[in-house]
Each structure stands twice: as structure tokens, then as C-alpha cells.
Write a protein that binds this ligand. Structure first.
Ligand code: AMP
Length: 409
């Protein structure tokens, strides 16, 4: 089955065309046929990239003023010109959509019908920056590919197993009842892939595998996985809670926003913007939100960049330690993924150095040489295995789409 995976954000569309089936899933034999991105939608010079497997990639700038034009272009790139991998759009068998928020309604992926689309619309209140674009992606693709099945794969679904003591905030309960205020967690599709691969790498049954999954990218979250299920995660009602991220602050004293608003004469919009877009690595260092820039600045002797790295590392190690304790029995692995987790041996080493009390021991050579590849990076003596597992959210979306179409969810 050829599955088009669409991830429609506020100003971008990411896509992959993946050939897969129930049998291919079983054999780990899925195939990425093409992938690409369209960014800066709404401008006359939107960067477009498309990489058909085994053929030269295309990179160009195009006028793309809205999402409809962008999704239309995705289908055109797949079926026309030098980047074509299909002889007609009709060869697309199904479409899988990344949907940010499914609230408490969805603990697994589903085929989208009018009722499901309505519930996703209801969840806009919980994810006003993401769900409208995700939904728009579905509506446009449904119009351009009439009669094809569409599946919704939710970032929040994997975390629906988090128990009440971990998902409730200690605020008036009525706010949960009236507005659904609780921890939902995000990056669920990525953490699911990490447990899926880690249990295979360990050679243990998934429902008997305990892992701390560390998704460290421009957005960061850590997930405690017991018996294959999420029991806690660092992102909360929104993706702002938890770890230090590229531009997001993560955990702060909840009284801080009021204090800063008063001192700096900011309104709600401005403080929200500050905590989401001007904090994290960027806010602390004053130089950049990218860990590569932070590293370069540290090498130049920049003390604020060093502080940004240290706060990042400390917070990550603190969450891992807490989650190892909350898993409550043997932790089989700590797995690192996403931009920083996959590509930065130095950050992995600094985090793991703080976990020596748990008997976690890195194999320095394995860690240093592991960049963007799947590998065990702990010593044979380490009480907990440490892995690097490059995440593949699109693959999970494609596989879920196949399962939905085949009625196997
Ligand atoms: P992601 O959101 O998973 O695409 O991750 C993007 C982030 O990964 C960037 O903002 C960087 O902070 C980080 N990153 C990517 N490559 C490296 C690298 N080689 N070393 C350190 N950090 C990296």
C-alpha cells in the first residue's frame, strides 16, 4: 500500500510517501519512496525540497500562498516531472495525518470520518496553534484525493495511559471538568517508535520492557515507559512544560509569568511569546537556539552558552532520574533520539555522567562514534543499557494508517 504521510504545520508541510503493508510491517520491510518539505507557506519564496529515493533531490523556491497550494504541490511533486515516483495521484492508496491533539478522545489512531473530524475540531481549543492546520491538511487532501482513506495519528494518544496521579495538576478540579486541563503530553508518536525499537534491540517482549525515552530536538520531552506503556512524560497541557528546549523555557515557577508581566509591563500575548520563543537555550545563551551554535560559542569561551548547556543537561538528567525511580522496577534502557539525542555525543555523555548513581556507564568510543545511527552506547557492565535510536515518526504514521485501513488497530 502506498501511504502519503502529511504533517501540516502553521507554515510548513512535511511529507513522505511510504510503501508498506501488514506483511511489510511484520518484516520491517517498509520503503520510503519519496520525502520532502515545503516551508514558509504564505510567502512568494517558499523553500521546497523533494527527495525521491535513488534520484537527485529537487530544491527550489516557489510562490506558495496557502496550504491548499502546498498540498497540491506535494501531489504534483510525487506524480509529475523529474521528481515523479507515481504515474498518477490515484496510485496513492491512503493518507496518514499527524494530528497534534486528540484530547481524551483518542488513545489510538483512527480513520477520519465526519465525526472524527468534528472531535479534532473540538480539540482546537486545546491546541490552537496546531490542530487547525492539521485539520486543514486533512480537508485539502480529502478534496484532492477523493474516496481515499485518511487516518489520524495523534501526538497525544500514546500518553493516554498516564495514570491520574501523574496527569492531574493540583489546581481546582473543576478546571479539569470544565476545560480539560490536565497533562496530555506530546511527541507520542516518537516515543512509541522508541519503545518499539528499543524492545527489539533488547530482545525483550514489549509489555515487559521499561524504558526512559529521551526526545531531544528543537522541542524536547522525556517519557517514562513501563511495560511498553507511557506512565509519565515531561510535556504537559502544552508542549511548553518540562525540559529546556531551543526557545521554550520548560519548567518554571508558575508565579514567574505574573511577576515578569508586572516588572516588564507585558501583556498575556507578550509573556506567552517570551516563554515559547525567546527562552530555553536561546534565552539563556543570548546567541542561539541550536545546540550546534551553543557548542561553537562554548568553544569560543562564551560563559552564557556554557550555562545554557549546563541547565539543559541538568534538567534532562533530573527528569531521567525521577522517571527511573517512578518506573519502580528494573529500567532496561535509556534511549536518546531527535536532533540533539541522535547527533550530540557530548550532550549524551554529560547527561549520562549525572546518572552514575544508577550504575549507568557509557562506552565512550561507541558514544563518540554514534552520530545519527542506531546503536547501543553503554558498556557491557552498565546496569542500564543506553541506546541511540533515530526516530521515525512518519513510519509510525504510515504503519498506523495501514492498520486502520485493514481494521487492525
Ligand atoms: P529536531 O527537532 O529533532 O529536528 O532537532 C533539531 C535540533 O537538533 C537543532 O535545533 C539542534 O539543536 C540539534 N542538532 C542537530 N544536529 C546536531 C548536532 N550535530 N549536534 C548538536 N545538536 C544538533
Amino acid at each position: 500500500m502506498k501511504v502519503l504521510v502529511l504533517n501540516c504545520g502553521s507554515s510548513s508541510v512535511k511529507f513522505q510517501l511510504i510503501e508498506t503493508s501488514l506483511d511489510a510491517i511484520e518484516r520491517n520491510a517498509d520503503e520510503i519512496i519519496s520525502r520532502g518539505t515545503i516551508e514558509k507557506i504564505g510567502t512568494d519564496a517558499a523553500p521546497v525540497s523533494c527527495h525521491p529515493a535513488g534520484a537527485p533531490p529537487l530544491r527550489q523556491e516557489r510562490e506558495i500562498l496557502d496550504h491548499e497550494t502546498a498540498v497540491h504541490l506535494v501531489i504534483e511533486l510525487l506524480s509529475e516531472g523529474d521528481t515523479a515516483v507515481l504515474s498518477s495521484p490515484d496510485e496513492i492508496d491512503a493518507v496518514g495525518h499527524r494530528i497534534t491533539h486528540g484530547g481524551e478522545h483518542f488513545d489510538h489512531s483512527v480513520l477520519i470520518d465526519n465525526k472524527v473530524a468534528g472531535v479534532i475540531r473540538e480539540c482546537i481549543d486545546l491546541a490552537p496553534l496546531h490542530n487547525p492546520h492539521n485539520l486543514k491538511g486533512y480537508e485539502i487532501a480529502n478534496k484532492l484525493l477523493p474516496g481515499k482513506p485518511h487516518a489520524a495519528v495523534f501526538d497525544t494518544a500514546f500518553h493516554q495511559t498516564i495514570p491520574p496521579e501523574a496527569h492531574h495538576y493540583a489546581i481546582p478540579y473543576v478546571l479539569y471538568e470544565r476545560h480539560g486541563i490536565r497533562r496530555y503530553g506530546f511527541h507520542g508518536t516518537s516515543h512509541r517508535y522508541i519503545i518499539f525499537r528499543t524492545h527489539q534491540l533488547l530482545g525483550r517482549p514489549r509489555d515487559k520492557t521499561n524504558v526512559v525515552s529521551c526526545h531531544l530536538g528543537s522541542g524536547c520531552s522525556i517519557c517514562a515507559i513501563r511495560g511498553g506503556q507511557s506512565i509519565d512524560t515531561s510535556m504537559g497541557f502544552t508542549p511548553l512544560e518540562g525540559l529546556v528546549m531551543g526557545t521554550r523555557c520548560g519548567d518554571i515557577d508558575p508565579a514567574l509569568p505574573f511577576h515578569i508581566m508586572e516588572k516588564e509591563n507585558l501583556d498575556v500575548y507578550e509573556i506567552n511569546n517570551m516563554l515559547n520563543k525567546h527562552s530555553g537555550l536561546l534565552g539563556l545563551s543570548g546567541t542561539g537556539n541550536d545546540m550546534r551554535e551553543i557548542k561553537e560559542e562554548i568553544e569560543r569561551g562564551n560563559k552564557r552558552a556554557e550555562l545554557a548547556r549546563d541547565v539543559f543537561v541538568y534538567r534532562a538528567a533530573k527528569y531521567i532520574a525521577a522517571y527511573m525511580a517512578m518506573i519502580g522496577s528494573e529500567v532496561h534502557a535509556i534511549s536518546f533520539t531527535a536532533g540533539i539525542g541522535e547527533n550530540s555525543p557530548i550532550i549524551r555523555r554529560r547527561i549520562v555522567d549525572r546518572l552514575s548513581i544508577f550504575g549507568v556507564e557509557l562506552d565512550e568510543e561507541a558514544n563518540d562514534s554514534c552520530i545519527g545511527t542506531e546503536r547501543r552506547i553503554s558498556t557491557a557492565n552498565s546496569r542500564v543499557a543506553v541506546y541511540v535510536v533515530p526516530t521515525q515518526e512518519e513510519l509510525v504514521i504510515a504503519r498506523d494508517t495501514v492498520r486502520c485501513v485493514e481494521g487492525k488497530t
